[in-house]
Design a protein. Structure first.
Length: 155
């Protein structure tokens, strides 16, 4: 199961919602919002301020006797960059957009997997209760507003 986040709540302000009603095809607006979320999420791997919670550091490798060696060098989730570079708009309809990583194991890092001893290392800008970070919300609204300006006829 991959983490996939649908923006189901209306992130638009009343003014943006009013303007969006004047556009017949809202897919470009949702796509712009999705791409803003993708960019924010990819940036979170290198910019801790874009994460909803800090990441635990790397632990030492588990030895055969059950003890741990010294902590490994590096930053969690950055060795192969596979997770960080393959986040994309997965689904786009006229009223919904889904952003997801290509890797199925992303859910274990976003939410944590206690049985596998993986702590949560959220990279999407949603906290554990599903609330989006305010700065990410503002960025996505700005993307929607910018796209709306290009779609509406000039008066």
């Amino acid at each position: 199961m991959k983490p996939a986040f649908k923006i189901e709540r209306d992130l638009l302000t009343p003014e943006l919602r009013r303007l969006a009603r004047r556009v017949a095809d809202r897919k470009p607006i949702l796509k712009a919002m999705g791409l803003a979320l993708v960019e924010w999420t990819k940036d979170s791997f290198k910019q801790p301020a874009r994460r909803p919670a800090p990441w635990d550091g790397l632990k030492g490798r588990l030895k055969r006797d059950g003890t741990r060696g010294p902590p490994r060098d590096g930053t969690p989730l950055l060795k192969s960059r596979a997770l960080a570079t393959h986040i994309h708009v997965e689904q786009l309809t006229h009223d919904c957009m889904t952003v997801a990583p290509a890797q199925d194991y992303g859910i274990h890092h976003q939410l944590g997997a206690p049985r596998a001893n993986i702590p949560p290392r959220p990279f999407f800008p949603f906290d554990s209760s599903g609330r989006m970070m305010q700065a990410a919300r503002d960025r996505i609204r700005a993307a929607a507003a910018a796209k709306l300006r290009t779609l509406l006829p000039r008066q």
